[in-house]
Design a protein around this ligand. Structure first.
Ligand SMILES: [Zn+2]
Length: 667
């Protein structure tokens, strides 16, 4: 049991790792710039001009009293304290003070006119993070009173309503509060929520909304309890619910439901980069289907929670995939615009009819509030919560490196000794990682290093030792560390491919998926602003200006055949006052983020003239292998997150068949 941080006390199962309090892990390098970009973009500004936030009843201004304020704060609070940004911290205070003083004698809190428990489930997470960053005991008091209210009042978790389908979201804060206070009745509250909220465990076992249901259009798109279980964001949130309850029930049926659920998402609705389709509802595996941004950030948060419970490195592998592909893929590099639905094969971004299960025509534009404004309110938690969870505490008083990226952790190890570990790296673009320990006295503590599931072997060097780790998902270092000790890791960034829809292939290198780079024209449009004035934001349609219908010429036996990788030094980027806008490969009339992508893969492709658009998306890729006709051309692949137009699931042609016509092409 960790003596420095509060892990699960009896009677809960011991959690595999302990999440560190907000502020213990901070971003560095490009990741810090990313958070600064976010602070200069929508997150740091929308509450100054979006009426739903400007007039929010959550700060007593009489307006929107439901989820939008709490959603926004769930990202603003961690962003403000991770950057120690005084401007953002002042914003946090403006919101938090009225919330803290809204708690009434019954234990209910928030706007008086809100009677729904759902937005409080989000606000609970806001108060939890705020307490971790500030130590303000009032937050614990408000939460304890609210959980007491839930304990003493009748269950109100109807399965046709958000509060009932997402009831177990309260358990995230409930278990945290139990770890802080040790109040046993909190576990009774959670038990009652588990018993009366929607039954996601049975859902994952039976999984009624499979690919056949998607193909037969039998997946419900309504507000019935069944329809609610087909809703993408609900699925992304709910995947952690059986896992949360497993800590208290200790019944393996709940643990199994989590792993089974993820398997079923992949098998029936899986998309490149670890996502599942949800445009608004589960929608099958075609790369023309979309995934809502709320689904991405909620899936990320679920994986962060699941990692702490189970310590299974597959959760961290997927978390990196989502964070380093789907998250940046759905925003402009300056984070002033976002998509509602992103597509793996996204060849035109425009207001036009597409085959979404149940979203509006303008769902894939990069804009202020495409389709519906939930993502505008909820997208902010993605990057900051990822940073918070990059390092966790171990049960043997050490630290675990969960996900890679430039960061610094300041934490207590051993018998209460303060240490700092700085992680210097250009991951996920490059595979070299150097950890430097800083401590005033030598201290013995373990460091758990995750070995990514896709890495064949990882070379670790420390204290004049070299270890090559193969076939293992982790490696534990148990040493007495002194000031300036270094640990270096070489994580091989080999190219690999993943089989996808209709035998198509996605090219991956490390945790990044690579997509065809398409020339484009950005068109500044104005859609769905509800006629309020806006500041800095823009809606963008994007039109392709080069060919996209390429099949990939590839040798499955020798993937590097015909492929070249160029790593651009990311330190070279000239950056504006908005920080390093790294997730781009674009230039254009209206665009200031003109630069090469951090990694460019050169490969060969052949055009497939029959592969055309259907309903304003690239049609499903023709069944591979495709018989090659025509000459090979050089094509460029860039990270998915940089490619705002993209082909990610490529039809394939075998390079061996092409041997006789393989000539160096000069496109
Ligand atoms: Zn949304």
């Amino acid at each position: 049991m960790n003596i420095n941080y509060k892990s699960n006390p009896e009677p809960l199962l011991r959690n595999a790792y302990i999440k560190l309090p907000l502020g213990a892990v901070k971003p560095e390098g490009w990741l810090k710039s990313q958070l600064e970009v976010q602070a200069s973009g929508l997150t740091g500004n929308i509450d100054d001009f979006w009426p739903d936030l400007v007039n929010s009843a959550w700060h007593n201004s009489g307006g929107e009293a439901w989820e939008r304020g709490p959603y926004f704060l769930d990202g603003l609070v961690p962003l403000a304290y991770l950057l120690d940004d005084n401007r953002l911290i002042e914003k946090v205070k403006k919101w938090i003070e009225p919330i803290l003083s809204s708690s009434n004698d019954t234990g209910w809190y928030g706007p008086v006119k809100n009677k729904d428990r759902w937005p409080l489930a989000v606000a609970n997470k806001v108060l939890m993070q705020y307490y971790e960053a500030t130590g303000d005991e009032r937050a614990i008091k408000v939460l304890t009173k609210y959980f007491r209210y839930l304990h003493d009042s009748p269950p109100d978790w109807p399965h046709k309503d958000w509060r009932g389908v997402r009831a177990m979201e309260n358990a995230v804060t409930g278990y945290w509060l139990y770890r802080q206070t040790g109040e046993k009745w909190i576990l009774e509250t959670i038990e009652s929520i588990q018993k009366n909220g929607a039954d996601w465990t049975t859902y994952y076992e039976k999984f009624p909304w499979d690919s056949a249901a998607a193909a037969d259009k039998k997946i419900p798109h309504d507000g019935t309890p069944e329809g609610m279980t087909a809703h993408g964001v609900n699925n992304a949130m709910a995947i952690k619910y059986p896992g949360l309850w497993y800590q208290q029930s200790k019944d393996p049926i709940f643990k199994n439901a989590v792993f089974t659920g993820i398997e079923k998402y992949d098998k029936n609705h899986g998309q490149a980069g670890g996502r599942f389709s949800a445009d608004e509802h589960l929608a099958g595996k075609s790369p023309a289907q979309g995934t809502e941004v709320c689904t991405v950030v909620e899936y990320m948060f679920s994986l962060e929670e699941l990692y702490a419970i189970f310590g299974d490195n597959r959760f961290a592998d997927r978390l990196e995939l989502l964070t380093y592909n789907a998250l940046p893929g759905a925003t402009t590099p300056d984070m002033w615009s976002h998509q509602y639905d992103q597509q793996s094969n996204q060849v035109i971004v425009s207001a036009a009819k597409r085959d979404w299960s149940s979203n509006f025509d303008y769902s894939n534009i990069y804009g202020l509030m495409p389709n519906f404004a939930c993502c505008l309110a909820n997208m902010h938690q993605g990057w900051p919560k990822f940073v918070e969870s990059m390092w966790m505490a171990t049960n043997d008083n050490g630290l675990a490196l969960v996900t890679y990226g430039p960061s610094v952790v300041k934490a207590k190890v051993g018998k209460g000794k303060n240490v700092t570990i700085t992680e210097k790296t250009e991951y996920p673009f490059k595979g070299s990682v150097v950890l430097t320990i800083s401590t005033d006295k030598p201290v013995r503590f373990p460091i758990d290093l995750r070995i990514p599931g896709w890495a064949d072997s990882v070379t670790i060097k420390y204290k004049n030792k070299t270890v090559v780790v193969k076939g293992s998902s982790g490696y534990k270092l148990k040493e007495k560390w002194k000031n300036n000790d270094q640990i270096s890791l070489e994580i091989p960034m080999d190219i690999r491919v993943e089989k996808r829809f209709n035998n198509s292939l996605t090219v991956l290198r490390g945790p990044l998926c690579y997509s065809l780079r398409i020339d484009k024209e950005y068109k500044n449009v104005r859609i769905n602003y509800d006629n309020f004035s806006y500041k800095g934001s823009a809606d963008w349609e994007i039109y392709p200006k080069s060919t996209w219908n390429y099949g990939l010429l590839i040798s499955r036996e020798n993937l590097m055949r015909g492929i070249k990788v160029a790593e651009n030094p990311i330190s070279k980027y000239p950056f504006s006052d908005k920080g390093d806008m790294i997730w781009t490969a674009d230039s254009g009339k209206y665009i200031t983020w003109d630069q090469e992508a951090p990694v460019v893969i050169t490969a060969r492709g052949i055009r497939i003239p029959e592969w055309i658009m259907k309903n304003n998306s690239a049609d499903i890729p023709p069944l591979s292998p495709v018989k090659p006709e025509g000459d090979p051309e050089i094509i460029k692949l860039v990270p998915y997150g940089c490619a705002k137009l993209r082909i990610t699931e490529f039809p394939v042609m075998d390079i061996i068949l092409m041997e006789d016509i393989m000539k160096p092409s000069k496109k």
